[in-house]
Design a protein around this ligand. Structure first.
Ligand SMILES: [Zn+2]
Length: 318
């Protein structure tokens, strides 16, 4: 087990493997080691090596997994529509995966939020012919130098072509490839720029980073995110789906309504544990030492955001 290369595993594989405690022990040190160089370089390195896996969902909708956030793809006569663009280092493998779906050119790109693991590919996808649509705050953050304290990283403004030209505040509708797409802004949750994308006829929803399926989420307090916002967004997601809805999370394997329930329960319980510790005067390090996430770590603590890191993210917001 120790010789397995983590970066070659898809998140789907990883979640399955991580279900076993022995595997979790084998993997954890590699992640901790990788994180010493920072989360952003770690994500880019992983994307540089990862194979892109394609999962057909329903009708003409598929998901590509392996380059930062999950990429939704809608194929058809109007050209491919992508939801998020992954990391630029994955371009040849993303193109290969897209070409295996159909020969349509890329004509539309929607960003679920501004983070680099969902927008780094914007420049090449735009050059390939896509018009870019996003929330107005995605354009704002991509247009200026933006610091994310939680990643200890400052992002420079992106090139002009990578900036969304069509932006909206609350909601936006697009008709493309015989599909009605409903784009809706969340109240600030993971960031202030999060949107959901519903593919109406197929009953599929891409919820961006308001759901990390089976793994502790990153919460970006620097651009409007908060634990309370994440819980509120999850309640909204729960009321927006049925048992039949297919859910594309920002990270982790394809999800469903139950995934939101499990995510909500995890967020609410850990928030309560951390808030109690903080209320009793515990410092951040004392709170982390008290292991407020312990009951969830075996399942949720095996990816980029470690139990200690997640406890710290919650601590900032209670
Ligand atoms: Zn994100």
């Amino acid at each position: 087990m120790n010789n397995l290369d983590l970066s070659s595993l898809s998140r789907r594989d990883f979640i399955v493997v991580a279900g076993s405690a022995a595997a979790a022990v084998a993997f954890a040190p590699r992640f901790l080691f990788a994180q010493k160089k920072g989360i952003v370089p770690t994500m880019i390195d992983a994307a540089a090596k990862a194979t892109i896996k394609t999962y057909p969902l329903r009708r003409n909708i598929s998901v590509l997994e392996g380059s930062g956030g999950n990429i939704g793809v809608l194929t058809g006569k109007d050209g491919k529509l992508l939801v998020d663009s992954g990391f630029t280092v994955s371009k040849p493998r993303i193109l290969e995966a897209l070409n295996s779906l159909s020969s349509d050119h890329i004509t539309q790109l929607i960003n679920t939020h501004w983070h680099i693991d969902h927008t780094d590919g914007n420049a090449w996808v735009h050059s390939a012919g896509a018009a870019i649509t996003a929330h107005v705050d995605t354009r704002k953050h991509l247009s200026t130098s933006t610091r994310v304290e939680g990643w200890q990283y400052t992002f420079p403004p992106v090139p002009a072509g990578a900036i969304p030209k069509t932006v909206f505040d609350d909601a936006y509708r697009v008709h493309h490839n015989d599909t009605q797409l409903d784009l809706k802004h969340y109240a600030p949750a993971h960031t202030d720029s999060d949107i959901s994308v519903v593919f109406e006829e197929a009953d599929v929803i891409h919820v961006g980073d308001t759901l990390w399926n089976g793994i502790y989420p990153f919460i970006d307090y620097s651009t409007g995110g908060s634990i309370n916002g994440m819980i509120r967004a999850t309640e909204g997601n729960l009321s927006a789906v049925t048992d039949k809805t297919i859910v594309i999370p920002g990270h982790g394997p394809i999800a469903n309504k139950t995934s939101f329930e499990e995510f909500r329960d995890m967020l609410v319980t850990i928030r309560r544990n951390v808030a109690t510790l903080k209320k009793h005067g515990n410092s951040l390090s004392a709170t982390i030492a008290a292991k407020p996430t312990a009951a969830y770590d075996a399942k949720w603590g095996q990816f980029l955001i470690t139990p200690a890191k997640f406890a710290g993210l919650v601590y900032s917001g209670v």
